[in-house]
Ligand binder design. Structure first.
Ligand code: SAM
Length: 254
């Protein structure tokens, strides 16, 4: 997958040299190209922002500089353009999967009060453009949001995770886990500071272990994100498990 990022802080993306992302790049699975937006600014100060029309605090990023940068980076191509903004569509695992199926993504993280809105109008008519939010809070700039999205997308690409099955069991993974949080996980030793690993996990009984994991995912989701469960489909076994938590007086949501 090719990923281009245009930013006034390309150095912000140094973490993409590390760990899974670094390995994916070294293997050629991920081709990340970073571009300094200021290279398309031609005044002596390399200015990329100006005061907002209508007044008010803060600065707005200039459309002609973004336009020139995007035109040069895309050439005759048509990547999916992703513009991070708190007012965008929520970034979820489903969106990460959608992006992982794309051959080419172009990220346009802003600073200040964002990019002049005409840039989104212009490229919204020429490219597939998504304005995307990584959560209901405001960052100082879009670079951290882009790092989050690249990591969530790239780990889904074939060959990036050591064990491809691990993404299938993740919280929010499409299929059985779509509306569930993953339950607790344990490793050796079997007893640590008096805390024991649940016996079923030591039993070697795959069916019972799978059911236990499912029950724990249900229990955790009911406790921490009950609204997710309402959106999902539950099997008869799931409903029975939930009824038994309630009968046992577990503090799960109604
Ligand atoms: N005034 C803008 C607003 O209220 O929507 C916030 C601008 S913010 C200081 C600067 C940039 O950070 C945004 O243009 C966007 O690129 C990025 N950003 C901030 N919060 C974000 C979020 N929750 N998700 C995605 N990008 C975000």
């Amino acid at each position: 997958m090719r990923i281009d990022v245009i930013s006034i802080f390309p150095e912000y993306f140094a973490p993409l040299d590390v760990s899974l992302m670094g390995k994916a790049r070294a293997k050629g699975i991920l081709d990340v190209r970073l571009h300094q937006l200021r290279e398309w600014a031609h005044d002596v100060h390399k200015t990329v922002d100006d005061t907002p029309y209508g007044g008010g605090p803060g600065m707005v990023m200039k459309p002609e500089i973004w336009g020139a940068a995007i035109d040069d980076v895309i050439g005759e191509g048509s990547p999916r353009l992703v513009v991070p903004t708190p007012s965008g569509r929520p970034f979820t695992q489903a969106v990460a999967l959608e992006y992982a199926a794309e051959p080419w993504l172009l990220f346009a993280p802003a600073r200040y009060e964002g990019i002049d809105s005409r840039v989104m109008i212009e490229y919204g008519s020429r490219l597939r453009l998504d304005e995307v939010s990584i959560g209901d809070y405001v960052l100082a700039g879009g670079e951290a949001a882009v790092l989050v999205m690249i990591e969530a997308v790239a780990r889904l690409l074939p060959g990036v995770l050591g064990n491809a099955v691990s993404a299938v069991d993740d919280s929010f993974a499409p299929g059985a886990m779509e509306n569930l949080l993953e339950g607790p996980v344990f490793t050796k030793p079997p007893v640590w500071r008096g805390h024991e690993v649940p016996e079923v996990l030591l039993s070697g009984h795959h069916g019972k272990i799978a059911r236990w994991r499912r029950d724990e995912a249900l229990r955790r989701t009911l406790l921490k994100r009950p609204e997710l469960i309402e959106r999902g489909e539950l099997s008869a076994a799931d409903l029975k498990a939930i009824a038994s938590f309630r009968a046992d007086g577990d503090p799960v949501a109604d």
